[in-house]
Structure formats: C-alpha cells, structure tokens
Design a protein around this ligand. Structure first.
Ligand SMILES: Nc1ncnc2c1ncn2[C@@H]1O[C@H](COP(=O)(O)OP(=O)(O)O)[C@@H](O)[C@H]1O
Ligand SMILES: [Mg+2]
Length: 468
C-alpha cells in the first residue's frame, strides 16, 4: 500500500509563483525564474510505501525541508498533488488537515523545543494533551513511547537535566505518543554528536521494525541516508535527481552530482554480497566423476571447483590435485574428495563482514540462500575492488568495461591470491531499473553552477552551521 503519493509538485516562494511554475514547466531553469520567486521544489514525484523508511538527501538549500513540509500540509504546493491516502493536502479543509495531523502524520524537527518546566513524561504526553485525551491515558501512552526510545526511568526529570541526545529522544517519544502512521523527520539527528547519532539511528530502525511506521527522513548526511533508507531520493536544486536503494545509488549513480555525493561513503557497509558476487568459475555435481571434473577444471583453468548436490546446495569444494589423483586411481565419484571448510555468507551480508572469512578461506567466499543453495561467489579481489568507487580508481587509459579480460589477457597470472583462477563471470545486472523509469526522470542533469554551489554553502553556513 502507498502511504504518501507526491505528484508533479512545485513550490515557489515569491511574488509570482504561478508564473514561475508555468515557465519551469516550459523548460526554464531555476535561475531563469529567479525574478519571479525561489523555486524550492520543482516537478517532484514519488511514492512512499507503508512501513518504508524513505530518505530525502541533498545539500542544504536543495529543497528538502520545503518538500517535507508539504507532506504534512504546513506548506501547500504551488502546483501538483500530495496525497495521504485519499486526502489531497493541496485542497483539504483546515479542519481535515488538523485531523490528519492528529491521526496520520507527525513531524520531528532538529530542535524539539521541549517545554522546560514540564517533566519528560508531560512533554512526551503533550500532543495528546492538545487533543484533549484524559490524563491517565495520555500518561500511559507517553510512558510506553519513552520506554521505546530508551528513556524508561527518566519520566520525572526536567528537560534541563538531560543530555542533548536524551532530549532528542524525548522529541521522538513525543511523536510516537501521537501514534500516527507516518513520521516525518527533518534532520532530526543532525545536531547530535556522531556516537549518539549512531545510537539514535539504530534505535529508530528498531522502533520502525517494531511498530511498522512509515518514515520520511531528511538528512544531508550520506552515511545516515544509506544506513536508514529503504530507498533514498537525492535532491539537487529543487529536483529529485535519483530515487533508489543505497546500493542502486552507489553502483549506478544517475549523474556526476550523485556520483560525487556518494564518493566518500563507507561502501563496505552499504554494499552487500549480492551486489558484487560473481558467477562461480566451475560448479560440479557431487555425482560427477573425477575425470569429468578434471576436464571441466582444465577448460576453465581453475585450481579448485565448488561441488553441489542435485538441488544446488553447496557441499564444499575440490582441488585440482586431488581430482587428478583420484582420476588416476580410478575413483568413480567426487564425494570423498570434497573439502567442506568453505566460508558462506548471505546475499544481504555487508562487505564489511566478508573480509575476515575471505582472508581465511582458500576459495572465494560462497554466497548461499536460506536453503544453502549456491548463488554466487565473492573472490577476494572483487571485495577489494568494490571498496573503491569505479569513477575514481580507473586511470584515463583503462577501458571501463574490460577489467577481467585485461587481467587474464595480461598473462601475469591466471590464478588470484586464493589459488583460484580469475575469469569469474560477473552476474548479469538485474532487469529492475534503479529508481525512476527514464521518462520519469527530471530532464535537467547538468552540473551545478558555481553560483548554486556557493549559495548552498552560504545557506549551510548561515542556517545550519551553528547547530551541527
Ligand atoms: N519560507 C521561505 N521563503 C522563501 N524562500 C524559502 C523559504 N523556505 C525555503 N526557502 C528557499 O527555498 C530553498 C530550499 O530551502 P529548504 O527547503 O529549506 O532546503 P533544505 O532543507 O534542503 O536545506 C532555499 O533556496 C531557501 O532559501
Ligand atoms: Mg532543511
């Protein structure tokens, strides 16, 4: 189910917003409509699914806050529709909007503005108090929310007695107390120091898993976006330039802007085995004879081969020398030669957790599914390569698409450090188009103008800089 649907939304601040939208639709740039107003959000469309954490990421000034404020009706779009269920926030009545804020959507800001003379419990209960919920019930619900955010035991303290991180937890609890289906969080953790911030991120994921909330989370921090987001929308100069999973954005950035944005992310935490795994060089059925195995390995120039049963469940691997010896000795089946000490990981295992098993393993780490079936392999060299963004590691004269052939053809060696040959085939890319279909992508994909970068930097310094 779709929780939020945003359709071709524009928001222009200024004197002649409608005229600005008309010109933008006709292809004018943000700069060209400047005299008419500030185009904060331009032709933006996306959907957020029920129970999804949808992250909006972009530099300061790119339009994130304006966008999220249209999701709870704080701003009305200049043009376009914002749908929460069947309600179009561009046209709902004021009373319906109030009702939606009570039951459907609540907002968590960077600064929570807790009421200083009220206890933590009464701060958390505040939204229900405004709604006229009785004291017992609202305190009960606030207590449960505080428990969820790790503040059990602090109910009677005053905000001034809490650390910054704890105050932020009260703010989160306050939003949870309202128990709306959708939580909007605008740079909610950006003022926290890194360790506390990480804790909050982990806790948010935990809470989301427990309560199944739909969360729209805004950040200008890429690692935070990648950690939290089921999907991430990258905004630039008012437009969404890419929507996709963290892996999609890392492995197939839509343009140079996105590529630069993701260049310094810790890739080993975001990329998982499935995004780098290759087709295994040689896979043999357990029932195969050593002669056939030896032939297959010779043809593939492989020093070892994985062995699977009839259901493709991984049994282990065999080494070339053992296979050849067995063939000479007339042994009919491979079964007895199989070595079972293969490191296996799931498709979803982050690369950061594959380094250790890879270092200790003679053969590439095997990627298996829930039934133990062999899906692919991660040779150590692939693991090392995956850490470096492709656009940075390739010297100008290196062909972008031929690394495997180049290595083998260079004749230096056909066997990598694991004693297993290179020449593993990359798995074909899956058919799914990352993010938007091409005809949905915004047209403008040129590099940011120097003026835009300067403006964003200035905006950052004046409005956000003091709070980070
Ligand atoms: N109330 C407003 N009036 C005029 N301009 C605004 C207003 N709010 C935001 N803007 C402008 O819209 C652009 C996007 O701002 P904002 O949505 O706050 O970006 P972000 O949250 O990504 O930093 C900026 O150029 C900003 O100056
Ligand atoms: Mg903002």
């Amino acid at each position: 189910m779709t929780a939020i649907r945003v359709e071709n939304v524009y928001k222009v601040f200024g004197r002649r917003p409608q005229e600005a939208v008309r010109k933008l639709r006709a292809g004018a740039t943000r700069d060209e409509v400047k005299s008419l107003g500030t185009a904060a959000v331009i032709d933006t469309s996306f959907e957020v699914a029920d129970g999804e954490i949808f992250v909006v990421m972009g530099l300061s000034g790119s339009g994130k806050s304006t966008l999220i404020r249209m999701l709870n009706g704080l701003w009305r779009p200049t043009s376009g529709r914002v749908l929460l269920g069947d309600d179009d926030l561009a046209t709902v009545s004021a009373s319906r909007l109030r009702a939606l804020r009570r039951t459907t959507v609540s907002m968590v800001f960077q600064h929570f503005a807790l009421l200083p003379h009220r206890t933590v419990l009464d701060n958390a209960a505040y939204p229900l108090e405004i709604q006229g919920v009785g004291k017992e019930e609202r305190r009960e619900r606030a207590r449960a929310a505080l428990e969820l955010t790790g503040l059990g035991g602090w109910e009677d303290s005053l905000p001034g007695q809490l650390s910054g991180g704890m105050r932020q937890r009260v703010g989160l609890a306050r939003a949870l107390t309202a128990d709306t289906d959708i939580l909007l969080m605008d740079e909610a953790f950006s003022a926290l120091d890194p360790l506390i911030r990480r804790e909050m991120q982990e806790q948010l994921v935990e809470i989301q898993q427990k309560l199944g909330k739909t969360i729209v989370f805004i950040t200008h921090d890429l690692n935070e976006a990648m950690y939290l987001g089921d999907r991430i929308a990258v905004m630039r100069s008012g437009r969404i330039v890419q929507i996709g999973t963290a892996e999609e954005i890392l492995t197939a950035p839509a343009d140079d802007y996105v590529a630069q944005f993701v260049a310094d992310v810790d890739r080993t935490r975001v990329l998982t085995a499935s995004s780098v795994m290759l087709r295994p060089g040689v896979v043999l059925p357990a029932a195969a004879g050593p002669r056939r195995a030896a032939r297959a390995m010779r043809e593939a120039q492989a020093a070892a081969a994985f062995v699977v049963d009839r259901d493709r469940v991984l049994l282990g691997f065999v080494r070339d020398s053992d296979v050849v010896d067995a063939a000479r000795a007339g042994i009919p089946r491979l079964d007895g030669l199989v070595q079972t000490d293969v490191a296996t990981v799931d498709e979803d295992t982050p690369l950061s957790e594959i380094f250790a098993p890879s270092a200790e393993s003679l053969v590439p780490v095997a990627v298996t599914d829930d039934h133990g079936r062999l899906l692919g392999v991660v040779p150590r060299v692939t693991l090392l390569e995956a850490m470096v963004p492709p656009e940075i590691d390739l010297p100008d004269d290196t062909p972008a698409d031929g690394p495997v052939e180049t290595v083998v053809g260079a004749g230096a060696t056909t066997v990598n450090g694991n004693g297993v040959p290179d020449g593993y085939e990359p798995l074909p890319p899956d058919d799914g188009v990352p993010g938007l279909a091409p005809d949905e992508l915004p047209a403008a994909r040129t590099a940011a103008s120097a003026a835009e970068v300067a403006a964003a930097a200035e905006f950052d310094a004046t409005t956000e800089g003091g709070t980070r």
